[in-house]
Design a protein around this ligand. Structure first.
Ligand code: FE2
Ligand code: FE2
Length: 221
């Protein structure tokens, strides 16, 4: 990244320059012909104009977005464990395990986000973004879970772009990695919804029967 003049920054890749105003709002402008030529000829000097104030503002934005993600991930952990308990209680082992595994993966997401927040010298806010919803119907559980994953993937896509605009490539990369995971989760929940649509309640009954068979195995097994 190279500096044009105080508070003006530009990147070789994008041909854009950005200006951070006093309240921290970032504006982007295209480089003019002369500036492009300077950049091509390496005549711009290495940046030393990112003021400590601007750097702090850029970091704070990333920390805010990372904490929003922590709140969403924590809500997903709690919601999925709630679904796990109820599926387990009804004998639907396959779905109970699916929700438990997803909850553990969301917890790993929290860990990655928290590590990044601490690296940026921020504080981790462990507040949930929403309370656990008492949903007991399996189809409703899967629908809600798929919707949560889709919402997270959309948010993380947007937040990756915001981090890029704030010159925070590492947070951007982290959000992009999470988008991939959330899209996979969404697909898994949608696959289970399809199974339910295809096989109806027999799909759930089979899971209960399977558990009964396992529980009635030979004594001491
Ligand atoms: Fe996640
Ligand atoms: Fe997820």
């Amino acid at each position: 990244m190279y500096a044009l003049r105080k508070h003006w920054l530009c990147t070789r890749e994008t041909n854009y320059k950005l200006f951070i105003n006093k309240i921290g709002k970032v504006n982007f402008y295209r480089l003019n012909h002369k500036e492009k030529s300077y950049l091509r000829n390496n005549k711009l000097f290495l940046i030393n104009f990112i003021t400590s104030k601007n750097l702090k503002i850029m970091k704070e934005k990333s920390i805010e977005l990372l904490n929003k993600a922590v709140a969403d991930e924590l809500s997903a952990v709690h919601q999925y464990m709630y679904f796990h308990f109820h599926c387990d209680d009804q004998g639907f082992d396959l779905l109970a395990n699916l929700f438990k595994r997803r909850a553990i993966e969301e917890m790993i997401h929290v860990e990655k986000l928290a590590e990044r927040i601490l690296f940026l010298k921020g504080e981790i806010d462990m507040t949930l973004s929403q309370p656990v919803k008492p949903v007991h119907d399996v189809r409703e559980m899967l629908k809600m879970a798929a919707g949560m994953e889709q919402g997270s993937a959309n948010d993380y896509n947007n937040w990756a772009n915001e981090c890029a605009q704030n010159a925070d490539a590492v947070s951007k990369k982290l959000f992009e990695e999470l988008v991939g995971d959330e899209e996979n989760h969404q697909q898994q929940f949608e696959d289970e919804m399809e199974n339910l649509d295809k096989y109806g309640d027999n799909y759930l009954a089979l899971q209960s029967i399977e558990r009964s068979k396992n529980n009635s195995g030979p004594a001491g097994a």
